[in-house]
Design a binder for this molecule. Structure first.
Ligand code: ZN
Length: 337
């Protein structure tokens, strides 16, 4: 094996549920280089007053934001990650218009992939059922191992990775209404199998499909335009997330990836059509399945979501005009009302 090849394989060094290695670069941690990386960075906890608040994990357990930390080396933490954080923080501080027009899409992508991956990493430590000593972890070993592409894409933070002929994910940035209390203006949702996340950061709403090569962004541009050209209430952003997530559930990825031009600290990723790919990129949208999903998330009864025409949503009134909903309308208000 050539030295470059050996070094390259180190890029992928990850250990399941380990406190011994840096979650990003895989370096062994010692008392001299070990730091703790917050899943939601400290500036988010300050800005949205989350230090005493908690998030609900996949196993239903509530977990304090302030205790949500993972192992990281000092170089990754203080150099690579803090550089990325300062780009995002500056953008968020300056508001929706600035964020949308000035923050590079690649930085937004890396930051969203980072939060998604950090949660997965954290969830390798927790049992699905905390009362059962034999319970599996929330994120099982095989699922963690299948996330190696996420990890490689994340390495674009500390290595020079060129995406040759594609961008890895669809990103939607929405303008949102805000409430009085700082903590009401933050929210995070993720869907692990579909690799989608939603973040609500004050007046900035972000929905990202982390692994769709921007297909949703282009194929459904007309359908999603209403979300991108109006000021949304939180429930409407959540509605976009659920719609994107269900679409992603139907996604058959037509691409695979080739790694080339590998050096010790750089590589190129090229997208190629899958040789054996046949059929549609999205399997058939089923209104009933989507209605079940909406009812699970928003409640109110199935019949409310089985509309005769189109896709039920929290966006329109009975006459089909955009519905200017109140900031706090969540859960109890029915779609197309
Ligand atoms: Zn590191």
């Amino acid at each position: 094996m050539t030295p470059t090849r050996i070094s390259f394989e180190k890029w992928f060094e990850r250990q399941y549920a380990s406190m011994e290695l840096c979650f990003l670069c895989g370096k062994t941690l010692t008392k001299d280089n070990s730091t703790k990386e917050h899943i939601f960075p400290q500036w988010i906890l300050n800005k949205f007053d989350l230090w005493d608040k908690s998030i609900t994990l996949l196993n239903g357990i509530r977990y304090d934001y302030k205790r949500s930390i993972i192992p990281c080396c000092n170089v990754c933490n203080n150099e690579h990650l803090s550089k990325l954080e300062s780009i995002i923080k500056n953008g968020v501080e300056k508001g929706y218009q600035f964020f949308k027009e000035n923050v590079p899409l690649i930085a937004i992508y890396q930051w969203c992939q980072l939060i998604f991956y950090k949660w997965l990493y954290k969830e390798t430590f927790f049992k699905e059922n905390v009362k059962d000593p034999h319970s599996e972890k929330i994120v099982r070993k095989e699922n963690f191992e299948s996330m190696s592409l996420n990890h490689l894409l994340l390495r674009s933070i500390d290595k020079r990775i060129k995406f040759e002929n594609f961008f890895p994910g669809s990103i939607f940035i929405c303008h949102l209404k805000t409430g009085q209390n700082a903590s009401d203006n933050f929210d995070y949702l993720d869907a692990v199998p579909e690799q989608c996340i939603m973040l609500r950061l004050g007046e900035i709403g972000i929905v990202v499909m982390l692994a769709d090569s921007e297909i949703q962004k282009y194929v459904f541009a007309d359908q999603y335009r209403v979300y991108l050209s109006n000021i949304l209430a939180p429930i409407q952003l959540k509605n976009l997330f659920i719609q994107c997530m269900y679409r992603q559930h139907l996604f058959n990825d037509p691409y695979s990836f080739e790694l080339k031009d590998i050096t010790d600290d750089s590589l190129t990723i090229s997208q190629i059509p899958k040789e054996n790919f046949t059929g549609d990129v999205y399997t058939e949208w089923l209104h009933t399945d989507y209605a079940i999903l909406l009812n699970q998330v928003f409640g109110g009864g199935m019949h409310n979501y089985l509309v005769e025409k189109g896709i039920p949503s929290f966006l329109f009134d009975k006459d089909g005009n955009f519905k200017d909903r109140a900031f706090d309308s969540d859960g109890t208000i029915l779609p197309n009302e």
